[in-house]
Ligand binder design. Sequence first.
Ligand SMILES: Cc1cc2nc3c(=O)[nH]c(=O)nc-3n(C[C@H](O)[C@H](O)[C@H](O)COP(=O)(O)OP(=O)(O)OC[C@H]3O[C@@H](n4cnc5c(N)ncnc54)[C@H](O)[C@@H]3O)c2cc1C
Length: 298
Amino acid sequence: MSNLNHKTGSARAKLRFWGWGYADEQLGDDELQMIDLMLEELMPGGSVEVDEPQLDDFKLPPPRVEVPQHSWVFTSISKYDRLVHSFGKSYADLVGMLLRRVDNPPDWVCFPRDESDVERILAHATENNIAVIPFGGGTSVCGAVEPAVGNSYRATISLDLEHFNRVLEIDQTSRAARVQAGILGPVLEAALRPHGLTLRHFPQSFKFSTLGGWIATRAGGHFATRYTHVDDFFESTRMITPPWNHPDATIAGFGCGSLAGSYGTGIRGYTWCDHRGMGQTAAGAAMASIDQSTLREF
Ligand SMILES: Cc1cc2nc3c(=O)[nH]c(=O)nc-3n(C[C@H](O)[C@H](O)[C@H](O)COP(=O)(O)OP(=O)(O)OC[C@H]3O[C@@H](n4cnc5c(N)ncnc54)[C@H](O)[C@@H]3O)c2cc1C
């Protein structure tokens, strides 16, 4: 809690609102040199320099509906939070920001702390005809987190799952873990490491993407071999949706296939991820021992 930004309910380090990375991270000299080389190759005629976007460059319309006053979930209507949640991280998204053109900012950004907060948001949104868009790490490259929902809704909420960031339970016998869906790749690996486990799912966006986002997009972890897709690893998942929000509702592995890659079917509260193929294919372990000799086998 100590790190909590009380204005927003967000506790994460400040993100660069218009592009990839944390706000205080800069490219190194070697990276800048590489970009110069690429630009020479791709744009022999020269490139156009655009100033780095600043918050003051953007004028957003006021939220179309008011945030409830009492006993409500952490909610932000700050320009910074609305801009962070306006786009994913595709090239088109970046260009939108460089042009200072944001057509669909969310009206509110909610930061639920637990599943009952999510249920309250969904109930309120249902009653008031507000569209809710789950937001994991916001690294989507296909417009999936942009609140572009047309005119049939009164407003939009970006529902940020950053506080769903814990490993809840570990079953050493079956090498499985019950994990909250908003956990970032590095946080998940750091939590599994003391138990001698790894999920071994490493998409290029690993640093900024989440378990829930991986499942919704059926992500591929291109920095691993053999089992690389997230649907190789998850065995059951719990969904919270407006008509069906029973806390114990869990979809077991065989039924999960249709949920992987299912943008927008509901909010994943937590997921059981397991090791795949251990025993018969020892080298293909997902939740494997992480000593060097094991890693070299993959
Ligand atoms: C530089 C870069 C590299 C990338 N590398 C890869 C790669 O190697 N492999 C790959 O597959 N993809 C890659 N991607 C794409 C992207 O990172 C993946 O699609 C990733 O799985 C998205 O995860 P996220 O947590 O950022 O989800 P978000 O972008 O926040 O959301 C993606 C979708 O999932 C939904 N969603 C998120 N969390 C939940 C939840 N808890 N419950 C329900 N729905 C939810 C959102 O509403 C949205 O529809 C890359 C993107 C970038 C910018």
